[in-house]
Design a protein. Sequence first.
Length: 178
Amino acid sequence: MKHDIQRVPYGYEPPAAERKGTLVFYDSFERITDQELELAAQTAADRKFTKLVLYPLHEETVRRMSKEPVQAFYKREDRLHEWKREQGRSFITVESLEGKRKKYTPLDSALRHISTVYPSPYFLYLTPETANQFASYSSFEEWIVKIRLILSAAPAYVHPRLEKFRHRWDVAGEDREE
């Protein structure tokens, strides 16, 4: 194997990567509109994330989380793929783990999968309802120190654990303190 020798001036440091991290939109995508998807994509672009991962939930996962009826997984996934093609942005990915498993996938398993496949740091993009559900899980405090949350809108009601970790989440579109 041929080795190419590269010469760099003394003290050279490669430029820091401008984009970093992964924004994961974790939702059933049953009631999410194209405008809300566009807001998520704009948030990912504004905050310079490497990837925007759209993570649709399987029907069994939605049934256990919220008991509301949803369309078949493949229909919601096809809609996301179609929206992604229309956008033409290369940093958007539709995660298919739940489609492969074809059964209930706990949030812990989903987050472990995401942390092995995508670059860190990790941000979850959630609706206020999903954020409150996540805060009600026993593993919330274990995960909130490893990830940050971005809520799609300001919540009307804030779960006590979510309020306790207020410094670990913010709302998309609001000015942040840098």
